[in-house]
Design a protein around this ligand. Sequence first.
Ligand code: NAD
Ligand code: ZN
Length: 259
Amino acid sequence: MASPDRIAPDLPAAIARLTEMIHEAGFIVPFTGAGISTECGIPDFRSPGGLWTKNRPIPYDEFLASQEARNESWRRRFAMMDEFGGARPGRGHRALASLYRAGKVPGVVTQNIDNLHQASGIAPEHVVELHGNTTYAHCLDCDSRFELAWVRERMAAGNGCAPDCPSCGGFIKTATISFGQAMPEAAMRQAEELTLGCDLFLAIGSSLQVWPAAGFPLMAKRNSARLVIINREPTEFDAAADLVVRQDIGTVLEPFIVH
Ligand code: NAD
Ligand code: ZN
């Protein structure tokens, strides 16, 4: 349990304490999870009714092993596209983009795959995607990029059969990291550099249950950065945090948006 004085008692206290900490910080690294995007209409994984409870994720080895798993993975992707393809950045994304423009945030580390940090105005090279990006696809062998619309067309033309790479015959997958797939080395390195270079680390909207991503908040804390956890539900790391905010992310971060 976090000691009670670390848990913000209410919204005004949370915003006041966060304002002080942001003011006192030199470099801030936000670390975001699905919770920052729920107000944009994209459900998170673990909340009731979330994606997790509807479909068991397809692990990487199954995707590689069967055409049917690849077809199913793409069918789900296009169903999601129809449901939340038009999502726009929310208040949390816009607040972080404001801190980025102000020079306080050198980069954002995210577990999200929805491209909304880039859409909020953060340069792509400053968005460190630990689990990749679902808004485009690539060949698992030669890394050629493919747009989702192209995959969809080919699937429709091929009786629902997911296409392979026209240049090398490799499997085409969204540019995300599935369970069982190796973590992206460059992103892990960049995340570590950011984490070790900041003096304030903000874990926002993550249940902090997916590893190795969940290791970054503690890495920051051990490196003597201050740690803030903003999440509706308690997390396992609340006891290590300097401030725990169990409120709605958009409402907590809205005051930091600079137009
Ligand atoms: P998670 O679903 O495990 O946890 C999200 C947390 O956010 C929950 O604890 C929930 O209580 C909290 N939350 C949701 N809405 C909130 C709000 N408005 N205010 C405050 N708290 C709120 O998500 P995770 O930790 O990111 O791990 C899930 C994995 O699923 C990640 O690896 C990610 O790649 C993937 N994922 C991504 C998206 C996306 O890109 N938008 C969506 C779902 C899942
Ligand atoms: Zn290829």
